[in-house]
Design a protein around this ligand. Structure first.
Ligand code: ADP
Ligand code: MG
Length: 448
């Protein structure tokens, strides 16, 4: 039987795991697991699908042993049961699907329109979207037989539509006999309005209810559309009851949608998967992929720079590439960091780091060597000041990409004085640990 303390150990495990994985991974893999039974000897976990079980054991087997009962062989004493999808009450869903004409003889009422760029191949994977991509591929490979419905939610521009169309492309190519339709929620509503006007509602219902795969984008637009909600729900149930595949995208998880309890519950039957904001590495990979598609040569350093500054949305990354590509092509320019800063200024999400200047260096040297900035620029020859000044020259040579001549001009000295100072500091530092540390401290203290 389930006891409070046993559940507590699962809660403690979850808290532990939460610190070690991304919020998206946690929400997708661990949060849906429920404790079904627990005793001092064994714990039974209810998982929504076999993948969650595999994920848990692949990634946390050792850690589970620290929190849960352990078998004599050292493995965690965990049993798994698959969550039964809660099917609708029979009486609540008596759907009279309009008598269907033999499907192959009826031309499709609505054409399947897919964005040719939104395929699985061009969807770059990273920790934030791996789970949802594999769920999408799972659904596309075995429609109606893996998770049904698949509900994908996440913020704007993170790839929901891309994956939805990816499923469309894949099924169209690999399950040629299946009838696939991909619509936006607005599109569904418009179809319904049109068919009401044309008195062809039956035909429309027949079309939607004869599909093998229905892909619905942006279900949040069904909120506050009461009349349409009911028809959508009926179509949904009719398809699900025949094991036809449904995939839905939304900007929020089902429970946060202002829709009837009935439809929210239906959408939670299958797998609810979150698509998160991609991490830095994934953003760099996305940028490079998009640049390649445009025939734009994007040095890794620049891709990294853009990815560091545009981080909340893939659509913006794409916008940045489009803009850069247009500029470079039009003006026949090489991509440099300066160009990126100029062309993308309004898009970069925090101010680009300023370049280190001579003033930054002087300030940091003055602080570490306990002298005044003016002393470093002056001609005082006391031993301490002369050394600090030479260190400033040495670091200026190291950190600024300026010629010796220019550096000489900053300090009011000749370029050979600068060169001499650099050599002297190198020699002294090689012999003097204290000086090495001071120089290191200056490097760390340079604030820009
Ligand atoms: P959403 O529907 O979540 O608002 P979209 O699917 O329209 O976002 O994606 C916005 C743009 O970003 C699209 O052009 C899409 O191709 C691109 N995109 C999003 N995620 C990825 C990814 N992981 N790999 C490649 N392109 C992506
Ligand atoms: Mg979209």
């Amino acid at each position: 039987m389930l006891t409070h303390s046993d559940c507590e150990s699962w809660t403690q495990f979850l808290e532990f795991a939460k610190q070690r994985c991304s919020p998206t991974a946690f929400e997708n893999w661990l949060a849906p697991i429920r404790v079904s039974e627990a005793s001092a000897e064994e714990i039974v976990l209810e998982v929504p699908n076999i993948f969650v079980q595999e994920y848990l054991l692949d990634n946390y087997k050792q850690d589970l042993c620290s929190f849960l009962p352990v078998k004599p062989n050292g493995d965690p004493a965990v049993k798994f049961v698959l969550k039964e999808p809660s099917k609708p009450q029979a009486q609540s869903v008596v759907i009279q699907a309009p008598a269907a004409a033999p499907i192959s003889e009826e031309p499709p009422l609505y054409e399947l329109k897919l964005n040719t760029l939104y395929k699985f191949d061009s969807f770059i994977e990273g920790p934030s979207n791996q789970f949802v991509k594999s769920a999408a591929i799972g659904v596309a490979t075995r429609p109606g037989r893996s998770y049904n419905p698949l509900f994908i939610h996440g913020g704007v521009g993170l790839g929901k539509t891309h994956l939805l169309h990816g499923i469309g492309h894949y099924t169209r190519e690999n399950h040629r006999k299946m009838r696939v339709q991909c619509i936006t929620t607005e599109g569904f509503i418009n179809d319904l309005v049109d068919s009401l006007r044309n008195k062809s509602v039956d035909q429309m219902k027949r079309f939607y209810r004869s599909l093998d795969i229905l892909l619905v984008d942006d279900i949040q637009f069904l909120q506050n559309r009461l009349n349409f909600e009911e028809e959508f729900c009926n179509t949904f149930e009719s398809l699900i009851n025949q094991n036809k595949q449904i995939v839905i995208t939304s900007d929020k998880p089902p429970a946060q949608l202002k829709l009837s309890e009935r439809i929210v519950a239906r959408m939670e039957w299958g797998l609810v998967a979150n698509i998160g904001v991609p991490d830095l590495e994934t953003r760099v990979a996305i940028l490079q992929h998009k640049a390649e598609q445009k025939g734009l040569r994007l040095p890794h350093k620049i891709a990294f720079f853009i990815a560091e500054h545009i981080y909340s949305n893939v659509r913006q990354l794409e916008g940045a590439i489009n803009r850069l590509s247009a500029h470079c092509r039009l003006l026949n320019l090489e991509i440099t960091e300066e160009l990126v800063e100029r062309v993308l200024r309004e898009m970069l999400q925090h101010v680009p780091r300023q370049k280190i200047s001579i003033e930054h260096i002087l300030k940091a040297v003055a602080a570490v060597f306990q002298v005044r900035v003016s002393d470093l620029k002056g001609t005082t020859r006391t031993k301490e000041i002369a050394l600090a000044r030479q260190v400033a020259m040495f670091l200026a040579k190291e950190m600024l990409s300026e010629s010796l001549m220019m550096l000489g001009a900053y300090f009011g000295k000749t370029h050979s004085t600068i060169l001499h100072a650099c050599k002297n500091v190198e020699k002294l530092a090689a012999e003097n640990e204290m000086l090495r540390r001071q120089i290191q401290m200056v490097r760390q203290n340079i604030e820009v």
